[in-house]
Design a protein around this ligand. Structure first.
Ligand SMILES: [Ca+2]
Ligand SMILES: [Ca+2]
Length: 320
């Protein structure tokens, strides 16, 4: 694996502009991504189940499927951790021109086909930010309301969300949460988006509409302005004009932002660096593993804290 890292560094440092260089870099990136998978697969085959990942496949899955699928699932997990830790060694910011953002194309291994894609979970707004550590954040409740309005979800549901997460028992206007909502609120953070359904008032259609803009992370994670969609950014920062957004996005397209100060200056609007960032700690990997008769969809969520090797904190395997 060590031989791969100088190549990653070379690929990332090769930041010359121009379509030709970009195309070459993208081809080289795709080849590297496959090479990293094969390296991960070699390790998975050699050890069968890698110790840190052992036991993560559910019992049901274990009963139904083959050793080859196990090996590929482990390889996919190792692949994503390898790519993300390589990225941390070579850059302090995260953007869509990096190696991790390149899809693993369908690759034939072990008699099956594996494909994968890593996405940045901080390209969306973390709903738990409405009350980090149980304390209501007025600024983030406002952001949630802007997003809810954009998605056609009633703004009062953002208040309900904040009351359901914050650890006090009263609403913003001082009324009893239990009286206003007809039940005592759980006062705990969400674990998944589907948890919104347990709060009352939210529907599956609301979740569907919100899912392009929001996610649920275990800890406070700010919106990465290098990976967030133009639509989300314009929604949560409504004070910038169309021309200001056009400029900021053109600047981002030419070179990702190295700081929130750079982003603020390109936008011409002061942006609080408490709510936005240029790097990310939370990523998701979606992988599909196919054999002749079976197909599995794997979802892994990784946390990558500064100076610490990335770890998996959520995983699921389903027959697709
Ligand atoms: Ca990076
Ligand atoms: Ca509460």
């Amino acid at each position: 694996m060590s031989a791969a890292f100088p190549l990653i560094a070379q690929s990332i440092c090769d930041s010359c502009c121009g379509a030709y260089q970009r195309a070459r870099r993208s081809q080289r990136g795709a080849a590297l991504i496959v090479a990293l998978l094969l390296t991960a697969l070699g390790a998975a085959v050699a050890t069968q189940l890698l110790a840190p990942l052992a036991g993560w496949l559910s019992r049901e899955y274990r009963a139904r499927d083959t050793q080859a699928a196990y090996t590929l699932a482990d390889a996919a997990a190792t692949w994503s951790l390898t790519v993300l830790s390589g990225d941390a060694r070579t850059s302090t910011i995260d953007h869509l021109g990096e190696l991790w953002a390149i899809s693993l194309p369908p690759t034939q291994v072990e008699g099956g086909t594996i494909s994968g894609q890593i996405t940045d979970l901080q390209s969306r707004f973390n709903l738990n930010n409405v009350a980090p550590q149980g304390l209501r954040s007025e600024a983030n409740v406002i952001v949630a309301k802007l997003i809810f309005a954009r998605a056609g979800v009633p703004a009062e549901l953002a208040e309900r969300l904040a009351d359901a997460i914050d650890n006090d028992l009263v609403t913003a206007s001082g009324q009893s949460e239990a009286q206003v909502y007809g039940a005592r609120m759980g006062n705990q953070k969400l674990e998944t988006l589907a948890d919104l359904l347990t709060l009352g008032g939210f529907t599956a259609a609301h979740i569907e509409a919100l899912s392009a803009f929001v996610d649920v992370l275990p800890d406070a994670g700010s919106i990465n302005v290098n990976t967030a969609s133009a639509e989300l950014l314009a929604t949560v920062l409504p004070n910038a004009s169309g021309a200001q957004w056009a400029n900021a996005l053109a600047v981002r397209g030419a070179k990702p932002f190295a700081s929130i100060t750079e982003f603020s200056s390109a936008l011409g609007v002061q942006v609080p660096d408490s709510a936005f960032s240029v790097s990310s700690q939370y990523f998701q990997m979606n992988s599909t593993i196919s054999f002749d008769l079976v197909k599995h969809a794997i979802v892994i969520r990784c946390r990558r804290l500064l100076g610490v090797a990335p770890t998996i904190y959520y995983r699921s395997v389903q027959n697709a």
